[in-house]
Design a protein around this ligand. Structure first.
Ligand code: DON
Length: 303
């Protein structure tokens, strides 16, 4: 498969595709990103990588980090599924409505409520959770340059009313063990991690490669954990647009309000795309289009 030729076609086809939508402003620090950024990077299972555009520029990974924290919780062997379910929510990522009826158990680990519970689990079991998360992301990317963006974390902390409400509500319902401020601090930092599409595609190779790091072949996750995480990405990675993403793209993946999307084809490739303008569900409009083109042009999806 000539991935570079296919990426060149996608770049050309979308040259004049100007999505509607907007850059998020509820995290003020994100609102200054240029809406015209566009880049894509694909890593193949044999180690080759292919790209176009702004694929090496770092941006805020936001909710894509929820996959890393879930993977880290599985890596350290923690039990999660009594405290977070694995069902699609059909609701926006920051919704509070299901929690009351469902006794404070979030529908899945990729909505904000679910990721806050995963953060709580990590804080209970790790000595130095923020450092350990960064070390994990650096390990699977084989790249020590990955950092938190403290300005983004501080900006979200100042305006994070919904997340503050979510974690307090779950605490009241008995599904949070640690101090709520500690959990929020960890969560805002995980979301602030800055990475390029190249680094994201490389990191997500662990989910395409049965839990092994591509370059070193080191195993960081059991195949069974990878199967489960990929299944949750497929059914819950795009919130109330998970069905649409499955229908159009046909790959497990995860989006973030920084405009990034990462997706993967087990045993074939992982791919990341970045375009900051979001549709009303909070997913990158042009990013979804680019991935739809990729699975159409390659004729490869998991279905
Ligand atoms: O908690 C928030 O609202 C953000 N830090 C992350 C949300 C997000 O990325 C949703 N994804 N599409």
């Amino acid at each position: 498969m000539d991935y570079q030729a296919i990426l060149n076609v996608i770049e050309k086809e979308l040259e004049n595709f100007h999505p509607g939508g907007k850059v998020p402003d509820y995290i003020p620090e994100l609102s200054s990103v240029s809406p015209d950024k566009f880049g894509m990077h694909l890593y193949g299972i044999s180690g080759g990588h292919y790209c176009f555009g702004d694929s090496e520029e770092k941006f805020s990974i936001q909710s894509i980090s929820k996959v890393f924290t879930l993977a880290l919780a599985k890596k350290i062997g923690k039990k999660i599924w009594r405290r977070v379910d694995v069902e699609p929510s059909g609701d926006p990522f920051n919704s509070l409505t299901q929690l009351e009826k469902e006794k404070g158990i979030p529908r899945n680990p990729f909505i904000n409520a679910g990721s806050l519970v995963v953060a709580d689990i990590l804080i209970t079991h790790l000595e130095n959770p923020k450092k350990d998360l960064l070390d994990f992301v650096r390990l699977i990317t084989n790249d020590q340059s990955i950092e938190y963006d403290f300005a983004v974390a501080a900006s979200e902390k100042k305006h994070g009313y919904r997340n503050i409400a979510l974690v307090n509500y779950m605490k009241a319902l008995g599904n949070i063990d640690n101090d709520v401020d500690e959990i929020l601090d960890f969560y805002f930092h995980q979301c602030s991690i800055s990475m390029s599409t190249k680094q994201l595609a490389k990191a997500f190779m662990i989910f395409a490669n049965e839990g092994r790091i591509l370059e070193t072949n080191e195993r960081v996750l059991k195949p069974n954990s990878v199967k489960r995480i990929n299944a949750i990405m497929q059914t819950c990675g795009f919130y109330d647009e998970a069905g649409e993403f499955s229908f159009r793209v046909g790959l497990p993946g995860k989006s973030g309000v920084g405009g990034g999307i990462v997706a993967l084809h087990p045993q074939q490739y992982s791919v990341a795309v970045w375009s900051p303008l979001l549709n009303e569900k909070g997913n990158s409009e042009k990013g979804m289009r680019a991935l739809e083109e990729l699975t159409t042009l390659t004729g490869l999806s998991i279905f």
